[in-house]
Ligand binder design. Structure first.
Ligand code: HEM
Length: 536
């Protein structure tokens, strides 16, 4: 007997009023009119032209014509399932969040995705996987929007459009569609050294999960947890699959992509249907605020991880996915994850990638989901009640009563009232911030190779061979020699054996271990801007 059998799932129960299966009913128009024939148009004579009057035809066709919404600009291909998160009894008093209190059970909706491919692309592309979890907590929706790798390609969100334009199919002919080698991607990689660490993760077995059920997840950025006493600590979030982390080989991935591009989607669906529910433990690495600067990297730099040998992962609870969606579009496609969906007890850090993401998701969803009311779509609806003075907009469902729609009023006795922290109100962590207004990458973000080297050295011989073979495969598909050479030069900054093994496989000169001069379009610290802004 599962937890859901015992207590149900408040979120899926709440969505019940929107479910419909048409069983035992008559066919109707969208106005409820019973339809006697929706297979033949209304015509002038048996062989005559169609009539404009045919509202049944027009309604059916118009709805069809408008079925599609834009796919996500990234992470377009995904699969999702419902489940619950149960907090463990002891979470070291790290957070006041209701969903982390001992034993608390919270419904979740989790979407896994690839990043670069379109909605119809293969599940087995060599790519990062998205790992986004929506917690429907009693204090509002909390989204943990992570990936299956602990670091990212870039350090500052303002580079994201450049990065994604380099990753996506080339704009003139949309070749290649899969996230495998092409000149724009390696051009970007080779002149942006901050990508090196993540490149190695993507070239490793981590980018070819055997199953979504066997994949880790990471919040990537440093966040904060804040406890009831107001004590804030920095944390890195981890999801650890109870089935362990497993990958497949590139040769297998290519074959599966050809034969069954839905491999991961099918595997997740079948296992949930069969009662074989996948489980992950949520954990955090905790760094006291006073220890923020004790590492030889900056914890605000999303291209760095905190080694688990240095800071172990504390387990906070377990997620179980136990219910497939009823309707892919209504749930998986319309779900909107957003980093700024946050609850008291969790807070942000000043990571410039995180800060930029805080803007991007709502912005893109306003377009993708057609306006400001997408929080009313069943899958996005909060279980906690919503009261505010926002009104109107496309497709508004809520019927707000009364003549008052502004804050700080006396007509409605001041309602809805602002909530103090003691009343469950969200308060940002108190933090002293001071500095010059400046476009600049922090000097503490400059070391791009040490952790890439750490990753390379952490790999077994077989795993290293896979990385080398992946890079040879990828770079052999790059057309421009100078892009290949620049990429191998980057690799030589990580480890000579890595660069020389890749170079050998490509029939290129092996770069010398020392004294390599990188001819980068941007300085090695990745910072173009300080040439524009003047000295500081
Ligand atoms: C999806 C932007 C970095 C994880 C998206 C979407 C955008 C976006 C616009 C589409 C959202 C939608 O249409 O609903 C950005 C920007 C980034 C960034 C601007 C950096 C500056 C990251 C990082 C992670 C990540 C570092 C992981 C920690 C995801 C996931 C999704 C997503 C998992 C898919 C959510 C879903 O399943 O619907 N991102 N992203 N992104 N992003 Fe990012």
């Amino acid at each position: 007997q599962t937890h859901e059998d015992v207590v149900g799932n408040p979120k899926t129960d709440e969505m019940a009023m929107n479910r419909e299966d048409g069983y035992g009913t008559f066919l109707t128009t969208n106005q409820g009119l019973r339809v006697n024939d929706d297979q033949n148009q209304l015509k002038a004579g048996e062989r005559g032209p169609s009539l404009l009057e045919d509202f049944i035809y027009r309604e059916k066709m118009t709805h069809f014509d408008h079925e599609r919404i834009p796919e996500r600009v990234v992470h377009a291909r995904g699969v999702a399932a419902h489940g619950y998160f149960q907090a463990y009894d002891d979470n070291a008093n790290l957070s006041r969040a209701a969903f982390l209190q001992p034993g608390a059970v919270t419904p979740v909706f989790t979407r896994f995705s690839t990043v670069a491919g379109s909605r119809g692309s293969s599940d087995l592309a060599r790519d990062v996987r998205g790992f986004a979890v929506k917690f429907y907590t009693e204090e509002g929706v909390y989204d943990l929007v992570g990936n299956n790798m602990p670091v990212f390609f870039i350090q500052d969100a303002i580079k994201f459009p450049d990065f994604v334009h380099a990753v996506k199919p080339e704009p003139h002919n949309e070749i290649p569609q899969a996230a495998s080698a092409h000149d724009t991607f390696y051009d970007f990689i080779s002149i942006n050294p901050e990508t090196t660490h993540m490149l190695l993760w993507v070239m490793s077995d981590r980018s070819l999960p055997r199953s979504l059920r066997m994949m880790e997840g990471f919040g990537v950025h440093t966040f904060r947890l804040v406890n009831a006493e107001g004590k804030a600590r920095f944390v890195k979030f981890h999801w650890k699959p109870l089935l362990g982390t497993h990958s497949i080989a590139w040769e297998e991935a290519q074959q599966i992509s050809g034969k069954d591009p839905d491999f991961h989607r099918r595997d997740l669906w079948n296992n949930i249907e069969g009662g074989n529910y996948p489980e992950w433990e949520l954990g955090v690495q905790v760094v006291e605020e006073e220890d923020e600067r004790k590492f030889d990297f900056d914890i605000l730099d999303a291209t760095k991880l905190i080694p688990e040998e240095q800071v172990p992962v504390i387990k906070l609870g377990k997620m179980v996915l136990n219910r497939n969606v009823d309707n892919y579009f209504a749930e998986t496609e319309q779900v909107a994850f957003c980093l700024s969906h946050i609850v008291p007890g969790v807070d942000f850090s000043n990571d410039p990638l995180l800060q930029g993401r805080l803007f991007s998701y709502l912005d893109t969803q306003l377009k993708r989901l057609g306006g400001p009311n997408f929080h009313e779509i069943p899958i996005n609806r909060s279980l906690a009640p919503i009261h505010n003075n926002q009104r109107d907009g496309h497709m508004r469902q809520t019927i707000n009563k009364g003549n008052v729609a502004y804050g700080v009023n006396k007509l409605n006795h001041g309602y809805p009232q602002q909530a103090k922290a003691s009343e469950g109100g969200f308060t940002s962590t108190y933090e002293r911030v001071e500095g010059h207004k400046i476009r600049l990458r922090s000097k503490s973000f400059v070391d791009h190779y040490s952790q890439a080297r750490l990753f390379w050295n952490s790999q077994t011989d077989v795993e290293k061979m896979h990385i080398v073979k992946a890079l040879r495969f990828e770079l052999s598909h790059v057309q421009h020699d100078e892009i290949r050479e620049r990429t191998v030069l980057q690799l030589s900054q990580v480890a000579h054996d890595l660069a020389s093994r890749v170079a050998e496989g490509l029939g290129m000169a092996v770069p010398s271990a020392n004294g390599v001069q990188l001819n980068l379009a941007v300085p090695a610290d990745g910072n173009v801007a300080h040439y524009q802004s003047g000295p500081v």
